[in-house]
Design a binder for this molecule. Structure first.
Ligand code: ADP
Ligand code: ASP
Ligand code: MG
Length: 592
């Protein structure tokens, strides 16, 4: 018998009428012959209100008690939903995270799912009941209630769909599907009919709040087809799948409005320092992004990165401690920043994405503070006030309001690692460590050269001009990082194929002269070490493990770029092979 998981978000169960509406959708699915599991969030803004109550008492409530408090929101909804279903004449049973058998680790407020036991759910389903599951919550080995992080009901839904081998996971929300950007910010945003797991994972992680990013990790790992749709209508929404039929260089743009940038200034430039920093950040389970390490001058370097603004206080604490310990000069931070990211699977193959994005931003006379790229995304950090205008400019520049062409005979991408058919043994191991990190490969690329431009003017249009000129020579740029350094000067580091180095260097020299900045710093042969997997950025310990392994082997890291699918670092070429070996050793047990 087919099984379907339906998840209703907060606005879709905001009052009893809406709960009845959701119950009718579930009954319709049951009448169409499916077994149905309904996952619900807390009603409307309940979770926010519960958090406010705690904050009326203290701004540092114990996280165990916060989980006790917040999980009560979902408990109300499951009961009301079951009452609604019974009142409409359908058998139903509500279950909390513990009753569902959702086991998590003990990281309160950020817990990860370890396993789900499906026996009780299956029994109820086989008795013809609709199972109503509380989203967002689980239980740890001590029997304490945990929650999965804000927006985590999506992750509960997709995880249940994976554990139960559901045929589909429907995510009912308050918009018609996944759009090219948040339709509430840009009315010209377009609903996409299909989007790949990789793009959705990256967009969600970079600020597209429509899906909890970890839910897409599950969907990809276990091959769950996710259908995002409107709870107030029956129009088809957006399918999140492995291989969409259409795509273009950029398929979506995300704005993370509330970011903060932190910089550790004057860090001793030697192996092990970055490792120490990232180990402390990872211990605090803080997910960082946009890591930029300026290449060292006078034996010292600056390391900057961004965090969600909510994590600023705890990150500052960690950073101050690290600064004292390693003898850095000081800790700086900036609160009023926003991150705009363009995401697209085909970005790599379609040069010119960087220049188009930077030109669009510079045409608005907006200055970019930090730039980082990875194979499927480019992010720019701008002042918070400039966030919406930057989003609009980038969305327009890539013509995202227009429907892209369908790709004919598109080769299927590799299927999800955990398909639908496996033996009982495989089944048990599949569900143990459900949210563990999964590494696909570690690779070494020895075809690139690296150029840094230091002391360039920190004004709009610089990155646009540089990458336009380089693209005009037909050269494809791989990694790009830019940071605004000290004294109003910025620094850009990027890599190009070695065969294009001379040509690129000519452009770089001319611009350096024009900008009265330093002579370009060239590393004619660098090695890029990449670790590929799923959910890499949000598994906070991963960057740390890479740094630790390399530092233990006395290898210094030049540049690091991160995405949910890939972490890439550059090292001097002599360390390439050794670095590869070390990283392979580090990750053998995490390989699928
Ligand atoms: P729910 O309570 O149903 O989980 P959320 O508020 O978490 O709903 O997510 C839905 C919201 O996500 C939409 O109202 C929309 O404003 C926002 N959003 C952000 N980015 C996107 C996007 N790319 N596509 C669709 N919605 C988006
Ligand atoms: N109720 C929780 C929250 O508001 C979980 C969710 O809605 O997904 O974050
Ligand atoms: Mg949500």
């Amino acid at each position: 018998m087919s099984l379907i998981v339906q998840k209703f978000g907060g606005t879709s169960v905001a009052d009893t009428q809406k709960i009845l509406g959701a119950a009718r959708k579930a009954i319709r699915a049951a009448q169409a012959g499916h077994q149905v599991v309904v996952v619900v969030s807390a009603m409307g803004k309940t979770t926010d209100q519960l958090i406010s109550l705690a904050n009326e008492i203290t701004d540092r409530p114990p996280s165990r008690e916060m989980d006790m408090l917040m999980s009560s929101g979902e408990q109300i909804t499951i009961a009301l939903m079951a009452i609604a279903l019974e009142s409409l004449g359908h058998k139903a049973v509500s279950m909390t995270g513990a009753q569902l058998g959702i086991k998590t680790d003990t990281a309160h407020m950020k817990a990860r799912i370890k396993s789900i036991s499906t026996d009780r759910m299956k029994q109820a389903l086989n008795e013809g009941k609709i199972v109503i599951a509380a989203g967002f919550q689980g239980i740890d080995d001590n029997g304490d209630i945990t929650t999965l992080g804000r927006g985590g009901s999506d992750t509960s839904a997709v995880a249940l769909a994976a554990a139960l081998h559901a045929d589909e996971c429907e995510i009912y929300t308050d918009v018609d599907g996944v759009y090219t950007t948040d339709p509430r910010l840009l009315p010209e945003a377009r609903k996409v009919s299909q989007i790949s797991y990789d793009e959705m994972l990256e967009l969600a992680s970079l600020g597209a709040g429509v899906m909890h990013s970890r839910s897409i990790e599950f969907a990809k790992k276990f091959g769950v087809a996710v259908h995002v749709r409107n709870s107030a209508s029956d129009v088809p929404g957006s399918l999140i799948i492995e291989t969409p039929e259409t795509d273009s260089a950029v398929s979506g743009v995300a704005l993370a409005k509330q970011e903060a940038r932190l910089t550790l200034v004057g860090v001793p430039d030697k192996p092990g320092v970055a490792m120490f920093l990232f180990s402390k950040i990872a211990e605090a389970k803080i997910a960082i992004d946009m890591i930029v390490q300026n290449i060292g001058q006078d034996g010292r370097t600056d390391i900057s990165f961004t965090v969600p603004a909510a994590d600023l206080p705890s990150t500052l604490e960690v950073l101050q401690m690290v600064s004292d310990e390693i003898g850095a000069e000081k800790v700086e931070y900036q609160e009023n920043v926003a991150k705009v990211s363009a995401v697209g699977l085909e970005m790599e193959q379609q040069g010119g994405v960087a220049k188009t994005m930077f030109r669009a931003i510079s045409d608005q006379n907006i200055n970019i503070d930090i730039i980082t790229t990875s194979e499927i995304k480019i992010s720019a950090l701008v002042s918070r006030d400039d966030g919406p205008a930057t989003l609009r400019a980038v969305h327009q520049a890539f013509k995202l309001e227009k429907v892209p062409a369908k790709i004919k005979n598109r080769p299927k991408r590799k299927a999800a690692p955990n398909g639908k058919h496996h033996s009982a043994d495989a089944e048990v191991s599949r569900l143990a460590g459900m949210e563990d990190i999964l590494i696909e490969s570690v690779t070494l690329n020895q075809t690139e050269a690296q150029i840094s431009l230091a002391n360039i003017p920190d004004v709009p249009g610089i990155a646009a001009e540089l990458f336009e000129r380089i693209a005009a020579g037909g050269v494809g740029v791989d990694l790009i990082v830019q940071s605004s350094g000290r004294n109003g000067k910025a620094m850009i580091t990027f890599t190009v194929p070695r065969k294009s180095l001379d040509k690129t260097l000519e452009v770089a020299r001319k611009l350096a002269k024009k900008w009265k900045s330093d002579e370009p710093i060239v590393k004619p042969s660098i090695a890029i070490l990449s670790v590929r997997g799923t959910g890499l950025r949000s598994h906070t310990g991963l960057a740390y493990r890479m740094f630790k392994r390399l530092a233990d082997g006395s290898i210094n890291v030049n540049v690091i770029t991160t995405s949910e699918r890939n972490i890439a670092i550059t090292v001097d070429e002599v360390y390439g092979k050794k670095g590869l070996k070390l990283l392979e050793q580090e990750f053998t047990n995490d390989m699928m």
